[in-house]
Design a protein around this ligand. Structure first.
Ligand SMILES: Cc1cc2nc3c(=O)[nH]c(=O)nc-3n(C[C@H](O)[C@H](O)[C@H](O)COP(=O)(O)OP(=O)(O)OC[C@H]3O[C@@H](n4cnc5c(N)ncnc54)[C@H](O)[C@@H]3O)c2cc1C
Length: 430
């Protein structure tokens, strides 16, 4: 039977491209099949959307000196810029400085270190910090888990969040020239190594037996010896009769069960460019990096240290889920009202100041339907299950399959790819 490649990689996000590059470097003939009409997946730097500068509709920050991301940037000669500016919070009508992304984290350390078994974040807070005197702290932790982790505190694992909740915050960076430079670099490497890339070709079914894979897409059928599936967790969780599911034959029930154990975090990202940086008129906010609030769109940030009139809003977790089907008009009104309350300006003034906007509702994004995964109670074992190869033939990677530090990030996607490649290269079908 004709082979199109040794390996087919499903998905051309950070994980898929990283894996393809390393498989090709190891001498494998690689075909990448991507459903959408562009590379990058949840990395989506927009250049020509009418904004004055590039904007990041998906991933934006490098959360610390993350080894695989930094190594890749250094290899590609791409610089990264530390974020700077004040962390602020808007609370009861006042804007105040906030010392850290999460407040009161030192109080969490002892009960977390003593914890004998895992539980959801909400249960942990109710068990250990139930009194009225802890109300502010409960709110701050829940806000962090729902916003930063895009997680539901009723399901998120307190053990998995421990590091993010208690460790000192690392410096945050942005990729100079946009996150897409990582994607472009990997794609160039892949092409130079002879990888073939098919865009706009959603995979529908994977038929497999040991050493043989037949992959049905909307357009055609491909044959290979191994397949690496790097799609978002929501696609793996989909029921077989869902329009975006990938059906496996024989079916992979354990993998589906494992995927269902993991959380799919929801995010709506608001990119609002104004005629002026109105927040700079105010002493309290002139050096603002981030501001956190309890408004409908609670979190906002600037492009500091870069001069820019862009404000980015962030609505995540269950509150984003509740607005999944909201129209863009409704979401924009929410955003402007939230800003109006925080900055004590009128929504009409802000609307008049608005020069360009884009709302990235990732729950509605075809072939993605989420922002990033989060660890639930039991999720650790689930991610491990996704890492177990099926007969040396079917493999999974992507941020949700990563077991370890930096969950949900580009780093996790890159790390998962390297792990999968190592496993794939253990088998060499003739
Ligand atoms: C709004 C937002 C903000 C974020 N911010 C950050 C941040 O600041 N820092 C950070 O590190 N991370 C951030 N992330 C997370 C980060 O973007 C992801 O963890 C990472 O990009 C995931 O890469 P991946 O390769 O695992 O998946 P993806 O990038 O999703 O790639 C999977 C690919 O599979 C394709 N696909 C799906 N179904 C099919 C099919 N049937 N057939 C073929 N192809 C298919 C998809 O189109 C996609 O291109 C953010 C994500 C979002 C959405």
């Amino acid at each position: 039977m004709k082979q199109d490649a040794d390996v087919i990689v499903v998905g051309a996000g950070a994980a898929g491209l990283m894996a393809a590059r390393h498989l090709a470097e190891a001498g494998r003939k690689v075909l990448i099949v991507e459903a959408s009409d562009r590379l990058g997946g949840r990395i989506n730097t927009m250049f020509s959307a009418g904004f004055q500068n590039l904007v990041e509709a998906g991933a934006e920050f490098i959360h610390g000196e993350l080894p695989f991301t930094i190594q890749l940037l250094k290899e590609a000669g791409i610089s990264y810029i530390p974020m700077s500016g004040d962390l602020l919070q808007y609370n009861k009508g006042e804007i105040q400085e906030q010392s850290d992304f999460i407040e009161h984290s030192q109080k969490l350390e002892k009960p977390l270190n003593d914890l004998a078994y895992d539980m959801p974040v909400e249960d942990f807070l109710n068990n250990f910090f139930s009194g009225q005197e802890h109300a502010e702290m409960r709110n701050s932790v829940t806000r962090f888990v729902e916003s930063y982790e895009a997680a539901d505190a009723k399901r998120a694992s307190i053990m998995a969040m421990k590091g993010d909740l208690t460790e000192d915050d690392d410096e945050q960076y942005r990729v100079d020239g946009g996150y897409c430079r990582i994607i472009n670099y990997l794609a160039e490497k892949c092409e130079a190594l002879g990888c073939m890339i098919r865009l706009s070709d959603p995979v529908r079914e994977v038929h497999w037996e040991e050493g043989k894979v037949k992959l049905y897409t909307s357009a055609t059928t491909y044959h290979a010896k191994q397949v690496l599936v790097t799609v978002p967790i929501t696609i793996l969780q989909a029921l077989p009769d869902s329009e975006y599911a990938i059906k496996f034959q024989p079916s992979l029930g354990r993998k589906w069960q494992a995927a269902k154990m993991l959380g799919a975090g929801m995010v709506i990202k608001f990119l609002l460019e104004f005629k002026t940086a109105f927040w700079k008129q105010n002493n309290e906010t002139k050096n603002m990096a981030f501001i956190f609030s309890d408004e409908t769109v609670p979190t906002w940030w600037t492009q500091a240290p870069k001069e820019s009139t862009l404000l980015t809003g962030w609505l995540a977790g269950p509150n984003a889920g509740n607005r999944k089907d909201a129209s863009e008009d409704v979401l924009l009104t929410d955003a402007l009202h939230s800003l109006a309350n925080i900055f004590k300006l009128s929504p009409a003034f802000l609307k008049e100041q608005l020069s360009k906007w884009h709302i990235a509702n990732w729950q509605q994004q075809p072939f993605t339907y989420c922002a990033y995964s989060y660890a639930t109670v039991g999720g650790h074992e689930a991610a491990k299950e996704l890492n177990i190869p099926e007969a040396g033939t079917v493999f999974f990677a992507g941020e949700a399959t990563h077991v370890g530090h930096a969950a949900g990030t580009v780093e996790a996607a890159l790390a998962s790819a390297l792990y999968a490649v190592k496993e794939m290269l253990k088998t060499n079908f003739a």
